[in-house]
Design a protein. Structure first.
Length: 284
């Protein structure tokens, strides 16, 4: 018993220590940096100011933040529309085909996402594969400029984050009690009625989890807008990155990071509330 208690105490101490060193302390330092003054040639001067947090209410920054939220929301919706049917079909396959389908879903994780994003340049540029296919199908009459636009960023977000939607949806759909679906059909419900009144509510935990796993990274990701959006696409992720590495305005970058952290924390809290409510509503 003493050895077990000692092991538990050690595990808790290591966990709390890890969180303190790699999560709590960095966030506190970021919060504090936002109250300091930008210096030259020093990046930060120990002079207290509220200017950096006041600049967050600037209309230009507010527009950047709204654009980021809108693009993240659109990415989440598209991933859900594509991922749900894919996960539903995947859950209905035989075990052997299901394993093969899951393999195709996780294969992208074997390659660094930065490399995969650079590979999209060859697909999205004027002479790329996508334009060639659209021209061959007769959908367009001349190549479309996709690269270095928000459309390219949207495609990159969707391509990168789609597996994060499919996997929780698949896990939720696989746990469906098919007796409830059969009972609804026996009572005269059609396919659409059965889906929207039985299947969809029972898979809400997977929908909520997948939406969070897509929306939060899309809101904060900086390398996809940098690579596929270029100078024409300024979102909150690469805006913060530019403040630290290009403009060298660390205090304002820290203030923007704090705002993003608070927004993401609130979204996680909303997710927790929704998840708790859905769990309570599930049949025993």
């Amino acid at each position: 018993m003493k050895d077990r208690s000692l092991f538990k105490a050690l595990a808790v101490t290591l966990t709390v220590g890890w969180l303190a060193v790699f999560v709590i302390v960095p966030n506190l330092l970021t919060l504090a940096t936002g109250f300091l003054t930008r210096g030259e040639p020093e990046f930060v001067l120990p002079v207290f100011t509220l200017e950096n947090y006041a600049r967050l209410f600037d209309p230009a920054f507010f527009d950047i933040f709204l654009d980021s939220v809108w693009l993240a929301l659109c990415t989440t919706v598209l991933c859900l529309l594509v991922g749900y049917p894919f996960a539903y079909i995947l859950a209905r396959l035989t075990p052997a085909r299901r394993r093969l389908g899951l393999l195709f879903v996780v294969i992208p994780f074997w390659t660094n996402s930065l490399i995969r994003t650079y590979a999209l340049i060859a697909i999205l540029n004027v002479n790329g594969l996508l334009n060639a296919v659209l021209l061959w199908l007769g959908i367009i009459t001349e190549p479309v400029e996709l690269l270095y636009t928000n459309t390219a960023v949207f495609i990159g977000f969707t391509y990168t984050l789609l597996p994060f939607m499919i996997l929780p949806l698949y896990a939720s759909i696989e746990k469906l009690d098919h007796r409830l679906i059969e009972a609804a059909r026996d009572l005269g419900a059609g396919s659409f009625q059965t889906f929207f009144r039985v299947s969809l509510p029972l898979t809400l935990p997977g929908i909520i989890a997948g939406s969070m796993l897509v929306f939060l990274p899309a809101l904060s990701m900086f390398y996809v807008p940098d690579i596929l959006g270029g100078a024409k696409s300024l979102l909150v992720g690469n805006f913060i990155r530019n403040q630290f590495l290009v403009a060298r305005d660390w205090p304002f970058g820290a203030a923007a990071s704090v705002l993003l952290t608070v927004v993401m924390g609130l979204l996680l809290y909303v997710y927790w509330l929704c998840h708790k409510r859905v769990r309570k509503a599930e049949p025993a």
